[in-house]
Design a protein around this ligand. Sequence first.
Ligand code: HAM
Length: 406
Amino acid sequence: MLHAARCQAERFGYQEIEVPVVEPEALVERGVGGDTDVVRKEIYRIQPMVEGGGTPLVLRPEATAGIVRAYFEGNLNQGPQPVRLWTAGSMFRHDRPQAGRYRQFQQFDVEAIGDPGAAFDAEVVELTWGWYRDLGVEGLTLELNSIGDARCRPAYLERLRDYFVAYRDRLGADDQRRLETNPLRLLDSKEPALVELREGAPRITDFLCDECVAHWDEVRSLLDAAGIGYRLNPYLVRGLDYYTRTVWEYQHESLGGAQNSLGGGGRYDGLAEALGYPPTPAVGFAGGLDRIVLVLDAQRGGPRGRPAADLLLLPDGEGLEVAAATVARHARTATSVAADYSRRSLRAKMRAASRSGARWVAIMNPDEAGRRVVQLRELDSGEQREVTWADLPAALAPGTHPGDLA
Ligand code: HAM
């Protein structure tokens, strides 16, 4: 999964960056937003054991704020723009652990920092869409919205607040607070009462300023030109406060309910300034790797690991360790190889090999070891033939079948 992420990021000219797992609390609060669930309920705070407590630190819940800080502190803002970066690693959010929601989880994160153009929103979508395609994820929905910017959003928020105030007594305590602090958040509430109420709420896309409309139109036409299908979702606002204009989420029904987001991102032109740096436009995405595992398992009808090795070497008899290790060494020049040195019967070794998902087995008894040959069998086709140790790498080359060597 990470290999596919790296390949896809490199194909689009994104460079790898590593940022700290432990961050100052202030960076996360200012970046993600003090009134988000992430900061209010999900942050792991670290108490340094020093007099006075030291700088309050947290385990990072996401990587974007740290990457923006690195972009400035590492003077990446001084070179050609935008700067295209990617990272992958552990993020931490406290919650009741359940399928698809973990306290430590892995993200693949992509950021294009330093250019306001809609082409970069579309580029990040195309990159990440292709990543899911390369992984074989089927039935993915891309949901898309624009949530305006600092110019047009305040007026919309007023209208939204006016709308919901009339229903204040139908809102829970948390949502009543959100009504005052950030009414946008009411739109992605999973509360049944709110889901019903929001149908009649004003829609942000009807309130966008001319610049936001132009940006929004361009993003959609670029995605259309790329052949990427999407669903417009006027209620998609994302759970972090830093977004402006384009936001999107990849959803998958097999995840169900509140965990159905496989990944999400958006433009965040105001984040650099919120962190105390010069205003700098940017767009990015993060996708959870753990949730992809769930989706792929569901797709395949159950968990299935990748084979540990392409070829399993099955010595059949006593005292074949040196010969087996020598054969394995030859074969590794062509593919991944593991030897089954156990003392079980050949039948038992064959059964284990079939279950492992390996493509090939190479069987070798003492007589064959003496003649420096193995019986190479392709498990799917059942084709088998004798191959010399020296010929083994050629026999294992991609696209080769045992019969080809006849
Ligand atoms: P996010 O939507 O908070 O965005 O998280 C992105 C993805 O991380 C989710 O779609 C999900 O797959 C995964 N994820 C989040 N929380 C959990 C959890 N508790 N357990 C398992 N997986 C989880 C961000 O983090 C933004 N930084 C994305 C971004 C980058 N926006 C701009 N640049």
